[in-house]
Design a binder for this molecule. Structure first.
Ligand SMILES: Nc1nc2c(ncn2[C@@H]2O[C@H](COP(=O)(O)OP(=O)(O)OP(=O)(O)O)[C@@H](O)[C@H]2O)c(=O)[nH]1
Length: 445
């Protein structure tokens, strides 16, 4: 849906997911792409600039909540701000009185008659049995078109192609269907001016006294849709909007955002010529689809797996080459949660069976947790170069972690023993390149 806009936005989001780092530069790049896509879809420049400023500011300044990666958070921000652009929650129809009289208006060719057919189908599915009145006295074919549409669905229709008085037709139709729960009025769509539409609504309004007036707008006109919506919503407080032809329209984004900006509720959208190409307009669902969020979720998971694999591979390489630091040990602890106990992990490495450091197999979860707290009390320098951790540093780390100095010493001992044991495994040349990747991929599953 929405053709190139959806495609461009989905691609931008995919790119965002694939980026190895999320920093100021990448955020700016993503925001630029979103801007470009929206402007191409005829979204008003001021709206686009406002939106991109908000996304950029939030993405650069806000801290992701716990458990959410910066990447996921940027996606969330884009999603939230795009939803805001389209305004509000799904509104839908609330058929809360009898008869519920809906007056359909729209410029010629906007898709009004087709949309009435779609609306009838929608209501039927909801258990209502609407009736339709044709007041279009200008286009004889309109009655025929409605007749065909309603007959297929067995929906009662009132109209008279011989009668040229729209107001009289409305009156008679109203009388004919006075016991119906929902009555839909089709009107002539010959006008090209917003003011004509309003005048027509005024005349019919007196007779029909509609519960709701719906303006059908052709989505292919882009942001010009805003003008129609504005004139309409200023003239009535019972007005809502249906935007049609959003399938494949290059300007659909412009039409929707411009209408949303006027505050007039968009209730439904038309997404094709068939009777079922019609849906309740729900900004959240719509934007999710536009951004390809279904795909994005699985892509995020995949990206995170890859990041984990990168860390795992680096840690393993450091372990094998004897460059094992406290940072690697910390990573190792984090990985253990995902890959199972260290002994099991090391057992999977060809050539290492039976040569597992004793300490590794004796690690309990509690001990790992306590080690993690101590590690987080160390400075980056200490983590990278544990040799510098002497008495005064041990004291400080113990105090910071709320443990005995002896426990910090036990951690350093564990580290030294593991490092020594690791050295013994190194230089075998067995764990290189793709074998390593395959292995780590296996571990992470
Ligand atoms: N692709 C697409 N075409 C649509 C959609 N809605 C309506 N159309 C087409 O738009 C054209 C005009 O639709 P009508 O329903 O005849 O328009 P109308 O506003 O009733 O026209 P008048 O009676 O002349 O005012 C038809 O060819 C419809 O098939 C839509 O959501 N997508």
């Amino acid at each position: 849906m929405l053709g190139s806009l959806g495609e461009n936005l989905t691609n931008t989001m995919k790119k965002l997911v694939g980026m190895s780092v999320i920093d100021k530069k990448t955020i700016k790049e993503v925001v630029k792409e979103i801007q470009r896509a929206l402007i191409q879809s005829d979204v008003n420049i001021a709206l686009v600039l406002n939106l991109s400023k908000k996304i950029e500011k939030r993405a650069l300044e806000e801290e992701p909540p716990k458990g959410i990666t910066p990447r996921e958070y940027v996606i969330t921000i884009i999603y939230e701000e795009m939803v805001n652009l389209l305004g509000r929650e799904a509104v839908g129809l609330d058929i809360n009185q009898k008869p519920y009289k809906i007056l359909f208006l729209g410029l010629q060719g906007s898709g009004k008659t087709t949309t009435i057919g779609k609306m009838c189908r929608f209501l039927q599915k909801k258990g209502f049995n609407p009736a339709v009145v044709c007041t279009d006295t200008w286009r004889p074919a309109a009655y025929e078109q409605l007749k065909q549409l309603t007959e297929e669905m067995q929906i009662p229709l009132y109209g008279d192609p011989e009668n040229k008085d729209a107001l009289d037709l409305a009156k008679k139709g109203l009388n004919e269907f006075k016991n119906k729960k929902v009555i839909i009025f089709d009107t002539a769509g010959r006008h090209k001016e917003e003011s004509d539409l309003i005048a027509e609504m005024d005349q019919l309004d007196d007779i029909i006294q509609p519960t709701e007036a719906i303006l059908v707008i052709d989505g292919t006109i882009g942001q010009q849709a805003g003008e129609q919506a504005k004139a309409f919503s200023q003239a009535t407080d019972i007005g809502s909007i249906i935007i049609t032809k959003l399938d494949g329209s290059a300007k659909g984004g412009g039409a929707m955002s411009a209408v949303a900006e006027t505050g007039a509720p968009i209730k439904f959208i038309g997404t094709g010529e068939r009777i079922d190409d019609f849906e309740l307009f729900d900004p959240e669902r719509f934007i999710s689809r536009l951004l390809g969020m279904g795909d994005i979720r699985s892509l995020i998971e995949k990206a995170e797996e890859n990041i984990d694999e990168d860390i795992a591979e680096k840690t393993m390489n450091n372990m094998m080459s004897g460059k094992f630091s406290l940072i690697d040990m910390k990573n190792q602890f984090d990985m253990m949660g995902k890959m199972g106990p260290m002994q099991q992990v090391l057992n999977m490495i060809p050539g290492l069976g039976g040569k597992i450091p004793k300490e590794a197999s004796k690690m309990t979860e509690d001990k790992i947790d306590s080690f993690k707290v101590m590690l987080s009390s160390m400075t980056q320098e200490e983590l990278e170069n544990p040799k510098i951790i002497k008495q005064s540093r041990i004291q400080r780390i113990a105090r910071g972690a709320g443990v005995d100095e002896s426990e910090v010493r036990a951690l350093l001992k564990y580290y030294n023993n593991t490092k020594k044991a690791m050295k013994g495994f190194g230089g075998r040349g067995r764990l290189r390149g793709s074998t390593m990747n395959r292995m780590m991929g296996h571990f992470m599953k």
